[in-house]
Design a protein. Structure first.
Lengths: 184, 381
């Protein structure tokens, strides 16, 4: 028997120690009956399982929300916002790139063909595998051009797919939360 | 037609049919039991359990599609298919003979011992042919003794598997299992001995007749049958505890305690040999539950069953009662498994030798003394 499993019998009784076990406690039978009662009660209670691909994960930050709904303030995948004419709002000022602590944003500017701004991004890539979803890019942006949406997971089969290019960020749809598969 | 029946219902044919029936039913209950085990444990832990491999009736609901019957009900089938196609790995140091023998030795005694459990009335007039069929595979007068003699061979399967693996953990598990099963067989045997002294017979069918024909108490509205669980409560409790130890199930699952011994005696086994060990384990559960039912819970007797009647309805009803009791006990075993934590090995031995054996011995002496004073001519009727 190793040292850390010392018997309590020869140790001096101190205040707050357990009282000696009675005969009924030593027989374990009352506690076994109590135990099977607890498992029986548990059996009839609802379970906590979230069926992931069909149900979105439960958001523990908002206890008042039903299972399967995500907090609207959740910081998930990015979206590049478009203006009224359908152009990207981004002016390629590189402030988000500078603010990003994970260095996951890569922007290459080009001269804008429009009169109201000088530059626009030729390449706008976010490496979602590096991103820590801190939201600093959103804060740094002077044009409200980049936002974080509550979109949680979009599974991909390769790492290269996790680097989102400009088109994908522009078309990123926060409504398509989880790939929904009907389950009847 | 009558002559055909007479020709067919010879002893060998009846025995063969009964044997195949019992083995078939037990092999069918095992997957159900595995499903029940996984499902009940899941619900007791707030999970869902297996729910992806469904029994689906395609195009059953127009417009929607298939109808899912019981979620996850085909999981045991999927597991069996997976096991059948698994690569079988034999350890370098394995003792080949014991390695191959192990799974068979684990399953064979259980399957044989099932022959002695009566699953219905002793005299069923088979299809009105006038031939009385005893609803158990093997009609012998010493079925209790034979059953214990054969079922205790099951420990050799575990020992052979653990030794033959040529690996340390299985060996330790096998040693533990042998010690545990032998220890608890003592208290189990003593508990059954008290029951034998009460009934005055070593025939399991006589056990059931004793419990079916007498009455323990009359409560006015209904009479309590003379089940041995009422007249021998201590023996029943000891048998119940020893039953869990014999089946190697929690809280006594020393032979395969995953945190300590990797996977226990079947660590090195894979594929269908592992499946056979698994099968033997669950068949042993069914055997022990059947035995407990027969000895202490009145066996096939129950409301509406006339122990002396010969008609088919009566035989069927008696079988339904037997299966209902066995199923209840099986669920109870699963229930206990997912409630209680595991005993430590020394605690297990303490309980076996220092508590259960003296209790069972005292119970036996008490039974003998009470039998002498209540019924001096001879115990049992």
């Amino acid at each position: 028997m190793s040292a850390h499993t010392s018997d309590h019998d020869d140790a001096p009784a101190f205040e707050g120690d357990h009282p000696p076990m009675t005969a009924s406690e030593k027989s374990y039978i009352p506690s076994i009956v109590k135990g099977i009662g607890i498992t029986l009660q548990r059996f009839f209670k609802p379970n906590f399982t979230v069926q992931y691909p069909e149900q979105a994960p439960y958001d523990y930050a908002s206890q008042d929300r039903a299972i399967g709904e995500v907090n609207p303030r959740h910081r998930g995948e990015h979206i590049l916002v478009k203006d009224e004419q359908g152009r990207e709002k981004c002016v390629a000022c590189l402030l988000c790139m500078a603010a990003c602590p994970a260095l996951c944003i890569h922007i290459e500017p080009e001269p804008a063909p429009w009169d109201d701004r000088e530059r626009r991004p030729k390449v706008f890539e976010i490496d979602m595998l590096r991103c820590i979803y801190c939201g600093y890019c959103e804060e740094a942006c002077p044009c409200d051009a980049i936002r974080l949406t509550p979109k949680l997971y979009t599974p991909t089969t390769s790492r290269t797919e996790r680097v989102y290019d400009k088109e994908r960020l522009l078309e990123n749809n926060p409504e398509a939360q989880v790939p929904q598969r009907p389950r009847k | 037609m009558d002559s055909v029946l007479k020709f067919l219902l010879t002893d060998p044919v009846i025995g063969l049919v009964k044997g195949l029936l019992v083995i078939g039913v037990v092999l069918q209950i095992v997957p159900l039991l595995i499903y029940l085990e996984r499902k009940l444990s899941a619900y007791m832990q707030g999970r869902l359990g297996p729910n992806r491999v469904n029994l689906v009736i395609p195009y059953a609901v127009p417009g929607v599609g298939g109808l899912r019957l019981i979620p996850g009900s085909l999981q045991p089938l999927a597991d069996a298919v997976k096991l059948a196609f698994k690569e079988e790995i034999i350890p370098k140091d394995a003792d080949k003979l014991l390695w191959y023998l192990g799974p068979f030795l684990a399953f064979f005694p259980v399957a044989t011992a099932l022959a002695f459990i009566p699953f219905g009335t002793p005299h069923w007039d088979a299809f009105g042919s006038g031939i009385l069929v005893d609803l158990r595979v093997c009609t012998v007068d010493i079925s209790v003794l034979l059953l214990f003699a054969i079922s205790s061979l099951g420990v050799y399967g575990i020992a052979a598997g653990g030794w033959g693996s040529g690996s340390k953990y299985p060996l330790m598990a096998a040693v533990r299992a042998s010690a545990q099963m032998i220890s608890y067989e003592v208290s189990m045997g003593l508990a059954v001995l008290a029951a034998i002294a009460t009934v005055g017979s070593v025939d399991l069918q006589q056990f059931v007749m004793h419990q079916a024909t007498q009455q323990f108490a009359d409560l006015g509205l209904f009479s309590v049958p003379n089940w041995l669980v009422f007249s021998q409560p201590l023996a029943a409790l000891i048998f119940l505890i020893a039953m869990f130890a014999e089946n190697n199930r929690l809280p006594f699952d020393m032979p395969e305690c995953e945190p300590e011994l990797v996977g226990g005696f079947h660590t090195e086994y894979s594929g269908l040999k592992f499946a056979l060990f698994f099968l033997g384990e669950y068949a042993a559960m069914i055997l022990m539950c059947g035995l407990f039912t027969t000895i202490f819970l009145g066996g096939w007797s129950g409301p509406g069953v006339d122990p002396y009647a010969t008609d088919g309805i009566n035989a069927l009803l008696s079988h339904v009662w037997f299966m209902a009791k066995v199923m209840f006990l099986l669920v109870f075993q699963i229930w206990i498994r997912w409630t209680l934590p595991r005993f430590r090995y020394d605690q297990l031995m303490n309980l076996g030798w220092k508590v259960l054996v003296p209790l069972a011995l005292g119970n036996l002496v008490l039974t003998a003394v009470a039998g002498y004073f209540l019924n001096p001519i001879g115990v049992g009727q």
